[in-house]
Design a protein around this ligand. Sequence first.
Ligand code: FAD
Length: 317
Amino acid sequence: MKITQHLQEAQRTLFSFELLPPLKGENIGRIHEVVESLMEFSPSFVDVTYHREEYVYREVRGGLLEKRTVRKRPGTVGICAAIQHKYNLDAVPHIICGGFSKEETENALIDLDFVGVDNVLVLRGDPIRSEGRFKAEADGHAYAIDLLNQVVDMNRGQYLDPELRNTQATDFCIGVAGYPEKHFEAPNAASDLRWLKRKVEDGAEYVITQMFFDNRAYFDFVEACRAAGITVPIIPGLKPLTTRRQLQALPQNFHVNMPDELVQAVEKARDDREVKAIGVEWCIAQARELKAAGVPALHFYTMGRAEPTATIARAVF
Ligand code: FAD
């Protein structure tokens, strides 16, 4: 079922969460554990992230370095199929521009359509870790909006090869990312919002936000979106802080601000057990306020760990 249908039919704030595929070499058992621990909160959908290739360097003879390309977390399509099959729960694969030609994207979308996936979250994707700057494939897409338009074309039955006859239209519901604190590359918030609006005009049916730790950022973002004419549902993404290291790591990796009250509380904590308790309490307060404000869903970034999200869901739903 489409995410938009879940949102339209809901008489309440929905619960959803995001999973990371396991590291290569591990099995799918951990994914099932996380999903099973969160099923009691009746999730409406589960997102599964996509991780592009990375470069690793191995020392070979004479101190020379050999560069190898590896994908550390493959399996997004398979995990989505497994979740839908085993739990009858809608899985939303993230699809990205990075590392994909248009042809490979088309083939991935065909796979997703054939396994019965109705939804995709369309993203540009992060740069390769060691490169710092996003580079599109020569025959790939540079921005999420270009990838989105490929999905929209397939939803109209238009495949890349214009000579294909009797093509079947796919029917993907398309979500995109939004950034309450601005995407880190955008020159300013207004420009970032204009591109988000273009994605919605071209066919995005809902937005999921980057994590934020101050609800004011979300409320202001929604207000700015509405003022700009973006009317689709905007689902807040939440991540409980669980370790002291995340005080630096989350701003560094996700370009988000930490409210000083939270920073000071974490700095005073004696160990990570206390940090986790503080982070979870903070997230409960955020989630309660957002739910009271009538947000369409609360979407949790689990980062592969169910327990903090379960504690929050138990307190909020
Ligand atoms: P875009 O919409 O392409 O925007 C990128 C930047 O370019 C922005 O600054 C925007 O303002 C600007 N812009 C947009 N369109 C244009 C244009 N046509 N011309 C000029 N400028 C433009 N990354 C992964 O690798 N895998 C994942 O699974 C993943 N999941 C995510 C889930 C969520 C909910 C979020 C919020 C992010 C996720 N990311 C993921 C990270 C995301 O890929 C990065 O933040 C990436 O840098 C931007 O993606 P985007 O889709 O927002 O890009």
